[in-house]
Design a binder for this molecule. Structure first.
Ligand code: PEP
Ligand code: MG
Length: 583
């Protein structure tokens, strides 16, 4: 049966392939023997997990108002499976008889049941074995008590390039692991448009749709999927006519992308000769070839925290130095802005949380980025020394995330001085005049910009967080994704104020948030005075093509008028005019 799901298109393009369902809960569980006195406790743990899953299903049922009708039926079926004594009673008997852990008992029983389903001739009944697995996965996840890394399994007989990963949730560390694979696309039930999971999707230049709510429940392994990452649409089991139409659109898009490649070595300047600099955002040294391929003039943002996110431990100075040097050398004399770790919020080193108690109930407002670095001086010093050492090999700039207070800037500058003097003492080379910049991503920083301009060499506006903190919207939460509005007048005001203040003070200001890579916003940003844009390598040529077709002297007065508007709808209307204008 063919059906369509709608979510947030976070990385454009079209993918056509085979569904590859992955889950947080691995069904390969350990077999543990437990002490006789612990048996009752183990049974109680199993019962508590069952209860929790029942609550989860009930909560999902309540929120199914807008879901396809099939979803309610799935939930009822899963609840029935959960209530079946074969699944809720037999494992308890196994725990008692064999003195084994709950996970193992449950998986043993699941295997038996799935084997029985496999015997059915009727394909519908045979497929219900999948439902048993899904229910068991839920219980196992509950028993594990935390959200772990999502294990990637291989799919027999299908090339990775044809696989579309379907998951309930993917952490940034999960997606980083995808960089070593070649999946066609990924889709998830949760996640916001500027969550780091979405950002990684864009950086891999594969279509991705997040916030689909029930995709992991409704889609079956090996079903054919069409992913339209631009419109946020997923078509499951498309009929042949639809498939053909999308195949055509996919080849058209590929053709357009090939045509854009011709712009790679063209100088980036507007019709009236205003020079613009386009740089790349990267996460790993292995992103450097894509940055060069896209014609990046440098790296405007190297998000260093992603280097080690899936390793679960802090890297040594030498390891960091090697990674930074690789990027610097790879960029061959072009500037490289290395940002110190932005750990915390949705980016932690491992699922159990290396940051431990530091990350509390509201992580986006808690210990994150420079706050963590200043609270962990040893970690900070190690990173600063590694970056300074790499500065000997090219044009490195140091960028500090999430600054809000003057004392944070002062403490950071003091830490850099200390790192420099320790290297000097050891006679280790570095660039003594390395520039130090700050991210403007907290409204307080944009409003109190004077503090920054007096202390730092350059600024970079992180619009992803600036929007999150201005509008009080968690960027990872798909439930409030509709409120994440880059065109909110308050957001535009803060960006314009930062750009204007930087220009007056003679301090360069760039934008490295996702806005910089959105071609629909290129003219708006040009008109606001932005001259340095940093974005995912895959977006550079499209933005360049917009710059080449724009006349800044015509755009600037129109944008000044737009900035006086208070209604986002009016701003949107004017933006359409600005983009449609044949300048
Ligand atoms: C931003 O906040 O806009 C930014 C570039 O940093 P990150 O997305 O890594 O938080
Ligand atoms: Mg940020």
């Amino acid at each position: 049966m063919s059906f369509t799901l709608h979510g947030l298109g976070v990385s454009g393009g079209i993918a056509i392939g085979t569904a590859h369902l992955i889950s947080h809960a691995t069904l390969e569980v350990a077999h543990l023997t437990i002490a006789p006195r612990m048996v009752d406790k183990e049974v109680a743990r199993f019962e508590a997990a069952l209860e929790q899953v029942k609550c989860e299903l009930a909560a999902m049922k309540e929120s199914t108002e807008h879901a396809p009708a099939e979803f309610g039926a799935f939930l009822d079926l899963h609840r029935m499976i959960l209530d079946d004594p074969e699944l809720c009673e037999v494992p308890k008997a196994l725990i008692r008889e064999r003195r084994c852990n709950a996970e193992w008992a449950l998986v043993q029983q699941m295997e038996q049941l799935v084997a029985q389903f496999d015997e059915f001739e009727d394909p519908y009944l045979r497929e219900r074995g999948q439902d048993v697995r899904q229910v068991v996965e839920r219980v196992i996840k509950e028993l594990a008590g935390h959200v772990g890394r999502t294990p990637l399994r291989s799919a027999k007989g299908v090339k990775e390039e044809n696989l579309i990963v379907v998951a309930h949730d993917l952490s940034p560390a999960d997606v980083i692991a995808f960089k070593e694979h070649h999946f066609a696309s990924f889709i998830t039930d949760v996640g916001g448009a500027t969550s780091h999971t979405a950002i990684l999707g864009r950086s891999m230049a594969i279509p991705a749709v997040l916030g689909l709510h029930n995709a992991r429940q409704l889609i079956r392994d090996k079903e054919t999927l069409i992913i339209d990452g631009t419109r946020g649409v997923v078509i499951v089991n498309p009929d042949p006519r639809v498939l053909e139409e999308y195949q055509l659109r996919k080849s058209q898009l590929e053709l357009e992308r090939t045509k854009l490649k011709r712009l790679k070595s063209a100088k980036t300047a507007s019709i009236d000769g205003v020079e613009v600099h386009l740089q790349a955002n990267i996460e790993l040294p292995s992103d450097v070839p894509a940055a060069l391929e896209g014609g990046a003039e440098g790296v405007g943002l190297f998000r260093t925290e992603f280097l080690f996110l899936d390793r679960g431990e802090l890297p040594s100075e030498d390891e960091q130095f090697e990674a930074y040097r690789k990027v610097v050398k790879g960029m061959d004399g072009r500037p490289v802005v290395i940002r110190t770790f932005d750990l915390g919020a949705d980016k932690d080193l491992n699922p159990e949380g290396t940051l431990g108690d530091r990350v509390k109930t509201n992580p986006a407002l808690g210990m994150r980025a420079i706050r963590v670095s200043l609270a962990e001086p040893k970690m900070f010093r190690t990173q600063l020394r590694a970056i300074l050492r790499a500065s000997k090999y090219g044009k490195v700039k140091l960028l500090i995330p999430m600054l809000a207070h003057a004392h944070e800037i002062d403490a950071t500058l003091a830490a850099v001085e200390q790192a420099k003097s320790s290297l000097r003492g050891e006679k280790v080379g570095f660039d003594p005049s390395i520039e130090i910049g700050g991210m403007i991503e907290i409204p307080a920083a944009a409003l109190g910009i004077g503090l920054f301009l007096r202390r730092l060499d350059f600024l970079s506006i992180g619009t992803n967080d600036l929007i999150q903190y201005t509008l009080a919207i968690d960027r990872s939460d798909e439930q409030v994704a509709h409120l994440y509005d880059p065109l909110h007048p308050a957001v535009l005001m803060l960006i314009a104020h930062t750009l204007h203040s930087g220009e007056k003070a003679g301090i360069p200001v760039s934008v490295c948030g996702e806005l910089a890579g959105d071609p629909n916003l290129t003219r708006l940003l040009l008109g606001m005075g932005l001259r340095t844009f940093s974005m995912h390598p895959a977006q550079i040529l499209e933005v360049k093509s917009r710059v080449l077709k724009s006349d800044v002297s015509e755009i600037a007065p129109q944008v000044r008028k737009m900035l006086r508007l208070e209604e986002p709808a009016k701003i949107r209307e004017q933006l359409e005019r600005l983009n449609g204008a044949a300048v």
